[in-house]
Structures are given as structure tokens and as C-alpha cells.
Design a protein around this ligand. Structure first.
Ligand code: NAG
Ligand code: NAG
Ligand code: NAG
Ligand code: NAG
Length: 398
């Protein structure tokens, strides 16, 4: 007898997980800035129209002032970069300067600073110290010298001179640069072997990321995303969804794990239910056991969709008005995990007491309208469990 409730709970949980994934798809669909633009998918997300929970920290893109190419802001770098191409499979992104003068940016910032960002230069690159020189035009007219066109304007309107980037520590003396004067130096990302002059100043720069590690999932045709309805948990666990055919492409180890994890408890559940059903049928002296009846009991119909809560139910969850300190009754939790903003004094929070989780009231209200689960622990608050229970066929009392 005691085996029945855990069994139903188990089957129920399995079904609920897949509903959670369907929701994630709804919120965090692939998006782009304009028609034919770079497609923005997890771990990237678009800050104007998606919630931060749709992407990984540091992968926020914006469509401001652009029709096709989204903008990426590197934490250590003032200003934005245009995203030219994203390869989810290779975990690579190609960036460039929105003003199409990368040399100007690199000269100003002494190079490309990727600190505090999830990206690093692709392994094909090295940082090379180049010195920017302003040289008389009759010198830069020499065929071997490669002036940087986008740096010629803006410095000196007379334009009797042009700017070149030459190795700061050239392997041979360059006395012919003596009429030039030094403007600056920068560590330039160079793909391949560095030449005396920096020449590929118009090329996009290829960056890579290690985390989240979704390349193999994408390569197998799956879709990477957070484990959970749509929101990050604190450890930012990611999973692989929508693989073309179930289990195909999973490693043998994963299949084995799935088999052991789902198969055995599932099989035990079904056997237990079958036995109880059989016993019940026998006591009722119904000799004929049709196969279809059998299956309807083993796999109770689950609600097609877990709906959100109505406004009245949402209002039942307690609100908290923050004081001047902006401090929460619960310490070490000063961030709303829906909008990822810190709580400010005088803001109204709402809590789900069953989980002891706090959120901005306006953030959680919007969430609960669509999804009756706590976005962090994915527990069904008691009220909605009660309202959902009738949709599962009432388990017969044995
Ligand atoms: C967009 O353009 C406006 C005015 O042209 C400028 O003030 C703003 O900084 C730009 N935003 C970005 C993200 O480039
Ligand atoms: C690059 O070269 C310049 C000029 O030789 C030098 O002053 C600067 O310190 C160098 N920068 C680095 C990071 O080595
Ligand atoms: C460039 O012009 C200056 C004078 O304007 C001259 O002294 C110098 O020799 C010229 N350099 C070359 C490489 O022609
Ligand atoms: C502009 O050119 C003048 C001489 O033509 C020179 O003295 C001055 O340093 C130049 N300014 C810059 C920013 O290169």
C-alpha cells in the first residue's frame, strides 16, 4: 500500500520535468536583431527582450543602434563590440568594432582586455606588442609600409601623414622610421605569425569560451539550456535538450545512468502498481483483465500543462516591504534571481514560504502567472498542488 504515493509522485515528477523544458523553449527561443541577423541562442541572450535567466552570465547582447549585428559589452572594455558570427558548436564568437576601426579601440585601450568576461582569445592568436607611429606620407607611400586608413582622419586634418603599427621590438633595426613620431603602443591580438607591420586590422577577432560547455550538445543537434524551467540556479547547471532522437547520441555511460536512474525505479513502480491492481481486481472478482485498462492505471493521464496562478492566488503569498537598509529578513540573499538585480531600499518583495525564497514582487508575480512553481527550487507551492491533484485520476483506495 505504502508504495503507491511515491510511485505516483515519481511518474508525476518525470512528466513535470518535461513540462518545465517546454516552458524554457517558450521564453528563451532563438532570436535576432533583425531579419537575417545573427541568431542569438543560449548561452547568449538578448537583454531587450529576454529575461537574464535565458542566458549565461557575461553573454548578454543588445540590439541597440543596430539592425542585424548584436552588440556585446566586455566588462573591462569601455563600449561595445559587434558580434559578427557565433558558432555554438565550436564555442566561438567573432567580434569587431561597431565603428569599424578596431585599431582605434585597441590603441586607446592598449589591447583587448577580456578580464572578467567569460571569453578568451582563440588559441590561434597571440598578443603582440605593436607601436603606433605617425609617419610622413612620402614614407608611408612606400609599398612595404601599410598605413591604417581609419586612423588617418581625425588626427591631423592636413593628412600629410599616416599612421602605421610596427612591431615594438622588431627583429632588425628600422632607421627609416626616424621621421615618424610615436603615438602609442598596444598588445594586438594577431592570428598566426606576426609581420613587421600589423596588417589584418579589419579582420574580426575570434574569441572562445569554456563555460558553459555546450559545444558537444549543439554538435549532436541538441539545444543547451539551464536545468530548470528557465532560470539559472546558483550553480548555473546546464543540460542538453531536444536531441533529435531520444537517447541517440548519448554516451553509453549516460544511457546506463538513465537506465539505472529512471528505468529501475520506473519498472519497480509499474510492477508495484500492476501487482496492487491485480490484487484489487481479484478481490472484486473481476476475472477479465483487459490490457487497455491495465495501461490506463499504470500511466495515469497527467495534466497537459501546468497553468499559472490567478491574481487572487498570487496575492496570498506574503509581501515584504524593504526598509532603508535594503536588508532582507533572510541574510546572504540580496539578489532577485528573476531579474538578477540587487534589492534596493523601499522595494516590495514577495516570498514563497514553502521554499523560503524571496523575489521582487513584480518579477515573481509575472512568473507565477505563467508557471505555478517556484523558479528556484521548482517546488509546487501547496496551494497549486491542491488544485492540480484532481486532474490526476484519483488513486483507488485499496
Ligand atoms: C546609440 O546611439 C545613441 C545616439 O546615436 C547613443 O547615445 C548611444 O550611446 C548608442 N548606444 C549604443 C549601445 O551604441
Ligand atoms: C610594448 O612596447 C613599448 C615600447 O617598446 C613598451 O613601452 C611597453 O612597455 C611594451 N608593453 C608591454 C606590455 O610589454
Ligand atoms: C620625405 O620628404 C622629406 C621632406 O619633406 C624628405 O626629407 C625625405 O627624404 C622624404 N622621404 C622619402 C622616403 O622620400
Ligand atoms: C598635426 O600636424 C602638425 C604639423 O603639421 C604637428 O605639429 C602636430 O603634432 C600634428 N598633430 C598630431 C595630433 O599628430
Amino acid at each position: 500500500m505504502a508504495t503507491v504515493p511515491p510511485c505516483i509522485l515519481f511518474l508525476f515528477l518525470v512528466a513535470r520535468t518535461s513540462i518545465g523544458i517546454a516552458k524554457a523553449q517558450f521564453y528563451c527561443e532563438s532570436i535576432s536583431c533583425g531579419k537575417g541577423g545573427v541568431s542569438i541562442e543560449f548561452p547568449f541572450y538578448l537583454k531587450e527582450s529576454q529575461i537574464p535567466g535565458c542566458g549565461y552570465p557575461g553573454f548578454e547582447l543588445s540590439c541597440a543602434n543596430t539592425t542585424t549585428e548584436p552588440l556585446l559589452t566586455l566588462p573591462a572594455e569601455p563600449g561595445h563590440f559587434t558580434v559578427k558570427l557565433i558558432s555554438l558548436e565550436d564555442q566561438q564568437v567573432w567580434i569587431n568594432d561597431p565603428q569599424e576601426c578596431l585599431p582605434k579601440r585597441l590603441m586607446r585601450d592598449r589591447g583587448l582586455n577580456l578580464q572578467r568576461s567569460p571569453f578568451q582569445l582563440s588559441s590561434a592568436y597571440s598578443h603582440v606588442n605593436y607601436t603606433f607611429l605617425r609617419c610622413p606620407s612620402n614614407l608611408t607611400a612606400l609599398s612595404m609600409v601599410q598605413p591604417i586608413p581609419c586612423l588617418n582622419s581625425g588626427f591631423n586634418s592636413s593628412s600629410k601623414s599616416s599612421v602605421v603599427a610596427i612591431l615594438s621590438n622588431p627583429p632588425f633595426p628600422t632607421p627609416w622610421t626616424s621621421p615618424c613620431h610615436v603615438i602609442s603602443w598596444a598588445m594586438i591580438p594577431v592570428a598566426g605569425f606576426p609581420w613587421l607591420f600589423w596588417t589584418d586590422y579589419y579582420s574580426d577577432i575570434k574569441l572562445e569560451w569554456d563555460n558553459p560547455n555546450c559545444g558537444s550538445c549543439e554538435a549532436r543537434g541538441g539545444r543547451c539550456g539551464f536545468v530548470g524551467p528557465t532560470l539559472r540556479d546558483t550553480a548555473f547547471h546546464v543540460g542538453c535538450y531536444d536531441l533529435p532522437t531520444q537517447l541517440q547520441g548519448l554516451s553509453r555511460k549516460t544511457k546506463y545512468g538513465l537506465g539505472m536512474g529512471l528505468g529501475i525505479p520506473g519498472a519497480l513502480c509499474i510492477i508495484a502498481l500492476a501487482y496492487l491492481f491485480y490484487a484489487k481486481m481479484k478481490t472484486h472478482e473481476q476475472q477479465r483483465l483487459s490490457r487497455s485498462d491495465f495501461s490506463t492505471i499504470i500511466l495515469p493521464r497527467l495534466p497537459a500543462q501546468i497553468m499559472g496562478l490567478d491574481a487572487a492566488s498570487i496575492e496570498k503569498y506574503p509581501k515584504t516591504l524593504l526598509g532603508e537598509s535594503g536588508r532582507l529578513p533572510k541574510p546572504n540573499d540580496n539578489l532577485c534571481s528573476i531579474c538578477l538585480c540587487e534589492y534596493q531600499p523601499k522595494e516590495t518583495l514577495r516570498t514563497i514560504p514553502e521554499c523560503n525564497h524571496y523575489f521582487h514582487a513584480n518579477c515573481i508575480d509575472g512568473w507565477l502567472k505563467m508557471n505555478a512553481t517556484c523558479p528556484l527550487c521548482r517546488n509546487l507551492p501547496e496551494r497549486s498542488v491542491a488544485s492540480l491533484t484532481p486532474s490526476i485520476p484519483a488513486s483507488p483506495t485499496y
